[in-house]
Design a protein around this ligand. Structure first.
Ligand code: SAH
Length: 395
């Protein structure tokens, strides 16, 4: 062990509840000469052993806990056990849902702080976002190769939170070549995923169940898919017999990929439109022109980056929901989402309710959307919950 961390009196409580983060302010003293990512033992103020974690000198989250088991060492075996456990935890999803793309490791919620591993058919994408994950990169890659011997591996550690950990952004092939777009199969729908340039690790796996659920309310519908990215909500709509779908996104790259996805699935292209526009002004124009839809999907990017931006973000959510509601036919549906972890479900529901009042519409909430179960949240890590949504009937 490189060294140890000794907590201030009473600051052990969250560690005892197995929360994986230890903040700088909870630490009384650090002993030993520690480098970024080094493994440390954590003690309470009475010198009782609490946990073992990774030290991160640049981050306010000074330690991320690997284990609460004193006998467990952070070696190759540790990573392989964690990854095998994560795979086992997803066996029902893989067996019951028709998909060859899933999140294998959801970082803290799977006991591997800072480590995200996604599988897209024969490609495994790694994202290492903490000092500890970086320190053990070789072991993690070794464990992935052991579990998926024939897979290609690509790294997408190009997320700015790495800078908070004192790490450079990094991406590129780890094993194999030919990382051109891969076609995944999700519920018998083919979707092109670009692991090199796509958002996150390439695709929004977390919305898999929302796509299924929303499409049940789209038969014969005129659908407006806002913030469409590669068009998947719209694609599910057409495959499930929607009458017409308009996909709106600000990125032409995303829209051309969306178009390819519709073609891949042999959709009737006469029923699909791809519009490059800013959703805020697009929706305002639609409402001014009295356009009306049977189902509108609002799946915007993360509006809230920190607590200071919550108020401004709330206005953004209110705006798009208000104008969308004005454009929904009586008896139609709104599927509305927020993927901002700092936006609570309660606040989000209140914003949508306020938007309905202002739009002079009544809503019945039929379902609450949640991140797909391969993104499940550990009960000791509530921060893992970020994606929420409402499926509302508009009266
Ligand atoms: N619904 C998608 C994911 C959406 S991600 C899916 O299930 O795969 C958010 C998308 O919003 C991105 O494609 C981004 O290009 C787009 N975007 C961000 N701001 C926008 C804006 N103001 N107007 C239109 N599109 C926007």
């Amino acid at each position: 062990m490189a060294g140890s961390i000794h907590l201030k009196a009473t600051r052990e409580k969250s560690v005892l509840r197995h929360h994986p983060w230890i903040f700088e302010g909870a630490i009384q003293r650090v002993s030993g000469k520690l480098n970024s990512g080094d493994t440390v033992d954590v003690f309470d103020a009475k010198e009782n052993w609490l946990a073992r974690g990774a030290y991160s000198p640049s981050s306010q989250i000074r330690v991320r806990v690997w284990t609460h088991d004193k006998s467990e060492t952070i070696d190759n075996g540790f990573f392989i056990r964690r990854i095998e456990r994560a795979l086992e935890a997803r066996k029902h999803l893989i067996a019951s849902q028709h998909t060859n793309a899933f999140r294998l490791v959801a970082a803290e919620s799977d006991g591997l702080p800072g480590v995200t591993i996604d599988v897209y058919a024969d490609i495994v994408v790694l994202q290492l976002l903490s000092a500890g994950a970086e320190k053990h990169r070789k072991k993690i890659i070794w464990a992935v190769e052991k579990c998926f011997p024939s897979a290609k591996i690509y790294e997408r550690s190009d997320v700015s939170v790495r800078e908070k950990e004192g790490l450079n952004l990094q991406d590129g092939p780890v094993k194999g070549n030919d990382f051109g777009p891969v076609i995944i199969d999700e519920n018998n729908i083919k979707i092109e995923v670009d692991v090199r340039e796509g958002h996150k690790t390439g695709f929004y796996l977390d919305q898999r169940d929302s796509r299924v659920l929303s499409s049940k309310y789209m038969k014969d519908a005129r659908v407006l898919n806002c913030f469409s990215y590669t068009g998947t909500f719209g694609l599910y709509a057409l495959v499930n017999h929607a009458k017409h779908v308009i996909n709106v996104d600000v990125s032409s790259l995303a829209l051309s990929q969306a178009k390819r996805n519709f073609e891949l699935n042999e959709c009737d292209m006469g029923k699909a439109e791809f519009v490059k526009a800013d959703v805020f002004s697009f929706l305002r124009d639609q409402s001014t022109n009295n356009e009306s839809y049977d189902h509108i999907v609002l799946d915007p990017p993360k509006f809230v980056d920190n607590k200071a931006s919550l108020k401004r973000a709330s206005r953004g959510y209110k705006d798009i929901n208000l104008y969308a509601l004005k454009c929904i036919k009586p008896g139609g549906y709104l599927s509305t989402f927020s993927c901002s972890g700092l936006m609570s479900s309660d606040l989000f529901s209140k914003i949508v309710a306020d938007a309905a009042l202002d739009a002079n519409r009544k809503l019945r909430i039929l379902h609450r959307y949640y991140q797909a179960p391969d993104h499940a949240v550990s009960s000791s890590f509530p921060e893992g919950f970020y994606l929420k949504g409402l499926l509302c009937e508009v009266q």
